[in-house]
Design a protein around this ligand. Structure first.
Ligand code: ADP
Ligand code: ASP
Ligand code: MG
Length: 829
């Protein structure tokens, strides 16, 4: 049984890691079964070498210190594992290599030139040092091993930086070398050489490929790639916290995931293994017990419709278009031929079915060369205006959703794009591989994490839907809402699979943020005290700045963000347009926006409708009673509202419901004030402004384009009441009106009727007036501070629909807001 193992940079990057490597080689699973161990340079070495070479080429001398640090790192490892003569020999070898490295860098410094060929040579020091040192450490640790500089064995072309190896010649060189050298070989990853003997590299991360080449050459049973994660995960764990291990994958799936950026596997690694049918097993050096990821031709279908999602953070999109493209013979082959001649590798291609435009993604450093190649190739067509000048767009990224189950499962792409759209991620181009095992989308770089999380959640955590909530205002409603979220948290998560995470919150003084979620129980204390030590780790506290609050909410750019406005401020409602435009849903009990100008109301509704971004304001009318949603449902199902009659003010409801002659009108108002049913100045209720705003919102919901000034309000009080200076003076004036009220009451009572202050919305108008309601009217049965909405429609024509109940109060209003937030969670995939 022959195995090839590969240990990556982190797995050889410290004495601790190398200790693990030794114990893995010595465990029963591996002892005497491993033929070749391929190693990377110590983590960070390749980058440091490149940095030093660039400094030298720029004429800076600072590289000397960096090189000294590199040497110390290797010596430290020698010190940790070797003693006596072994250590002396190792240190001498290390020293000799560093002398050579210093000479090379000095040479670069003198010539001030760093060609790709020389850079490859500089990079090769990393793997040469680590393999030589580890061979000594193994031997000293009881695992006899030899250092193998793989350069003479891996024959490549001269494409420095990303050389291609010559398959057969390489395989036969490896075989004949291993026939002669039968001890365990510790081989350099990443490097090879040209026929002329120049050092080449296989592309960053290329040690994986070296291991697969060794495996294929000797027909290994398995190639084990030991790294610093549990295997290939459903997404890069550095970007998506909830990513988890994929236990098995097909070669093609692994190829697609790595091609689109899953750095855990160097993309070309799969090919040699696939050709020889050798499984690749990715395992965690620091957690060998984890099952890892097995890439083979026997991968089962898996539990999910997709396997994983990867992303490439930095690409350039080049677009070629023109009406003459259709007629240009062999257009595509000329285009991609021109790119290939310049050795530009194309990551993704997307062509509109009209053939009028084609775009492709390349690495940013290739962007300019690509447009130049196109200009040259199609000079004539561009001059004739058959093809437009090629355009390149930077700062883009690709996310790719991969899995062979896709072939058999309809609706995958729908789900991907729904998740992206729902999170406000703009999709710039789309491509689906013809093998149908990947769907890729080009998006803006800034959206990568959000896009990954949204799509990851949609497929892998489909069960749990989370909302990242930004809440303004923690007064009576906002505060109660927070309590309700805390209280209902578990049931919501366990039974409904919905999680509400409060990420940002503000009162009138401060705002606090924590992308990982604020601890809801502590929020109030932190906001009131501003005391950082009270807050959970990662919480940031600032003085309130509304504009900044919104900017932060946008720039955190989290998936499933929702904004909730529990203030009564029109400064906040003025920001709704901007928020919806940023594709962030809004939930609000604040009436200001919808009862402001009709134009603004229309704009907000328009944004919501056209972008599919929820704008929910059930609680702006009658608190938690389902009035707005009922009107929506009626309209959706084709019914037509003819008339709405409603008591929309809790305070006025209380006053008239209890106005039975046993007390004077003014006494009742005093009672309502004492019970806390009125504003501090009861005129703020008795002027009916609040009821009129609600009536206006209802009218607009019924399709009427009304302005507030058009709501016809019959004043309840004589003007003298409003002129009175202060609350006491007001009550004095109100007492003078008692007699008039009593007269109206008596007149009504004479006919068995009672007085109610009712809003009527019909035929394009809205008015509020004091009416005498006769027996049989639904308004008679009102109690306490109830609201009532009586809706007459085409279908509810004989007997209207009646919605009745408490129309105010912190619990019911916050409950309604909560329900709207949950409604948003439910629209998530
Ligand atoms: P090594 O040095 O062992 O070759 P790399 O750093 O090249 O390791 O690759 C491992 C890293 O790849 C992980 O630490 C992880 O951040 C990254 N990575 C990106 N995508 C994935 C993924 N889908 N699954 C696992 N790791 C991933
Ligand atoms: N050391 C090389 C790099 O960092 C190769 C590898 O680690 O696979 O790119
Ligand atoms: Mg790697």
């Amino acid at each position: 049984m022959m195995l090839v193992l590969k240990f990556g940079g982190t797995s050889v990057g410290s004495s601790e890691a190398i200790g693990k490597l030794i114990s893995i080689l010595g465990d029963p699973e591996h002892v005497r079964k491993v033929r070749v161990v391929v190693v990377s340079a110590l983590s960070g070495m390749t980058d440091s070498l490149i940095g030093a070479a660039k400094q030298a080429a720029a004429g800076e001398s600072a590289y000397a210190a960096a090189v000294k640090a590199m040497e110390d790192r290797h010596r430290k490892i020698s010190r940790a594992f070797l003693t006596g003569e072994n250590r002396q020999a190792a240190d001498a070898a290390i020293k000799a290599v560093f002398v050579e490295l210093n000479r090379t860098l000095d040479g670069i410094g003198i010539l001030r030139e760093l060609s790709p060929r020389i850079l490859d040579h500089v990079m090769s020091f990393g793997e040469r040092l680590s393999a030589a040192l580890i061979a000594r450490v193994c031997t000293a640790g009881g695992i006899p091993a030899e250092y193998l500089d793989a350069r003479p064995l891996i024959l490549t072309d001269d494409n420095h930086g990303a050389a291609q190896y010559r398959t057969e010649e390489t395989y036969s060189r490896i075989r004949s070398y291993l026939r002669k050298n039968t001890v365990l070989q510790i081989a350099t990853g990443f490097i090879g050489s040209t026929a002329e003997g120049y050092t080449t590299t296989l592309g960053r991360g290329g040690s994986d490929l070296s291991a697969a080449i060794f495996g294929a050459a000797i027909g290994a049973k398995t190639v084990e790639i030991w790294t610093d994660v549990d295997g290939i995960l459903t997404a890069d764990p550095k970007l998506v916290q909830s990513a988890f291990r994929i236990s098995s994958l097909s070669y093609n799936e692994a190829m697609e995931l790595s091609h689109f950026g899953a750095k855990v596997l160097h993309p070309p690694t799969v090919r040699p293994a696939l050709e020889k049918g050798i499984p690749i097993w990715i395992r965690n050096t620091f957690n060998p017990e984890s099952g890892g990821t097995l890439i083979s031709d026997k991968a089962g279908p898996g539990d999910y419709p997709i396997r994983g999602i990867s992303s490439m953070g930095n690409i350039t999109l080049v677009r070629v278009q023109g009406s003459g493209m259709v007629g240009v013979a062999g257009f595509s082959s000329r285009l991609f031929g021109a790119l290939a001649r310049k050795r530009i590798s194309v990551i993704l291609i997307s062509q509109a079915s009209s053939e009028y435009s084609i775009c492709f993604a390349v690495a940013p450093q290739d962007g300019q060369a690509a447009t130049q190649a196109i200009r040259e190739e199609f000079a004539r067509e561009i001059a004739d205006a058959a093809i437009e000048e090629p355009a390149a767009e930077n700062d883009l990224a690709i996310i790719a959703v991969v899995g062979s189950n896709m072939k058999h499962t309809p609706g995958i792409s729908g789900k991907v794009f729904h998740a992206l759209g729902r999170s406000g991620v703009n999709v710039i181009a789309i491509a689906q591989g013809s093998s149908e095992i990947n769907i890729s989308a080009v998006i803006h770089s800034k959206d990568v994490i959000k896009a990954l999380s949204a799509v990851h959640e949609a497929f892998f955590l489909a069960e749990i839907r989370s909302v990242n909530l930004f809440l303004l205002g923690i007064g009576l409603i906002g505060g109660t809402l927070l309590e309700q979220i805390v209280g209902h948290h578990e049931i919501l998560a366990d039974e409904y699979k919905i999680r509400i995470k409060v990420v940002g919150i503000a009162n009138s003084k401060r705002m606090i943020f924590n992308p990982r979620g604020l601890a809801p129980k502590k929020i109030k204390a932190v906001l009131t005290s501003g005391d950082q030590s009270n807050a959970s780790a990662g919480t940031e506290i600032f003085p309130l700045d509304l504009g900044e609050f919104i900017r932060r909410m946008k720039s955190l750019n989290m998936p499933n963000t929702a904004f909730c406005d529990c203030t009564a401020s029109d400064q906040v409602s003025a920001l709704y347009a901007e928020i919806l435009k940023s594709n962030i849903p809004i939930v609000t009990p604040n009436k200001r926006a919808n009862s402001g100008s009709f134009e603004y109301y229309k704009t907000l509704r328009g944004y919501s409708k056209n972008r599919g971004i929820p704008y929910l304001y059930e609680t702006t009318v009658c608190a938690g009673l389902p009035v707005i949603s009922t009107l929506r449902d009626l309209a959706l199902s084709g019914d037509k509202v003819r008339r709405i009659e409603a008591v929309l003010s809790g305070t006025l409801s209380f006053i008239f419901n209890n106005y039975d002659g046993s007390k004077s009108f003014s006494a009742l108002v005093r009672e309502a004030k004492a019970k806390g049913y009125t504003e501090p100045d009861p005129r703020d209720d008795l002027n009916a402004m609040d009821a009129a705003r609600k009536a206006l919102i209802l009218a607009r919901e019924c399709g009427m384009s009304l302005e507030f000034s058009a709501v016809d309000i019959e004043p309840l009080l004589p003007p003298s009441c409003f002129k009175a200076n202060g609350v006491d003076a007001f009550f004095a004036e109100l007492e003078k009106a008692d007699e008039d009220f009593e007269k109206r009451r008596k007149a009504a009572a004479a006919e068995g009727a009672v007085l109610r202050y009712v809003a009527v919305i019909e035929e394009g108008s809205a008015r509020i007036s004091l009416r005498a309601e006769k027996p049989g009217s639904p308004f008679l049965s009102l109690m306490d501070a109830d609201n009532i909405v009586v809706i007459t429609t085409d279908r509810y024509s004989k007997l209207p629909m009646v919605i009745k109940g408490p129309g105010a109060g912190a619990q019911v209003t916050a409950g309604g807001v909560f329900a709207d937030i949950v409604r948003i969670a439910r629209t998530l995939v």
